[in-house]
Design a protein around this ligand. Structure first.
Ligand SMILES: [Ca+2]
Length: 166
């Protein structure tokens, strides 16, 4: 009697690490407009889209300490989103910052939360946050970020980078 290997349904998993940051990255500057509550002239909003990512990278900062900042991104056309990556760095202050990400698929009438993340920064401990989340959204019209800089401690809301993938 000949033995055959069992016939199973199988496929190769795409490794998470094999997914390049360059894959399907959206050119947000070209695809959307931005509204925001404030910016420090030394740390303008453009800094979240530039190539200076990672620790020591340029960043957007709100104009005032302990002020909740909001960023609304409006896509020129409804957008497929599969992934969102953002970074925050805080090396000076001991504080906890909350970032809430909400999306709208109905032209900004209603939003739902896809991420609500707190991160505790400490000069002697964690100074760099990187969040990388998967999404399955087909017709996003708006993304809203709400940044609470002082859930604990005190400081300005900051964001080093924001990248979206279709
Ligand atoms: Ca930057």
């Amino acid at each position: 009697m000949t033995t055959h290997p069992p016939r199973i349904r199988k496929r190769v998993l795409v490794s998470e690490t094999g997914l390049s940051d360059l894959d399907r990255g959206l050119d947000l500057a070209a695809a959307a407009s931005f509204e925001y509550t404030s910016e420090d002239p030394q740390h303008c909003l453009e800094n979240i889209l530039d190539d200076h990512r990672g620790p020591g990278g340029t960043y957007w900062s709100g104009a005032r300490s302990d002020s909740i900042e909001r960023l609304v991104i409006t896509f020129d056309a409804p957008q497929t989103l599969s992934r969102l990556v953002y970074e925050v760095e805080e090396t000076q202050a001991e504080r906890t910052q909350e970032v809430r990400v909400e999306v709208s698929e109905d032209a900004g009438r209603t939003y739902r939360t896809v991420l609500n993340q707190e991160y505790a920064f400490s000069p002697r401990g964690a100074t760099f946050q990187r969040e990388d989340i998967r999404l399955q959204l087909a017709t996003v019209t708006h993304i809203q970020l709400t940044i609470v800089p002082n859930k604990g401690g005190s400081g300005k809301a900051t964001l080093t980078s924001l990248h979206l993938y279709s």
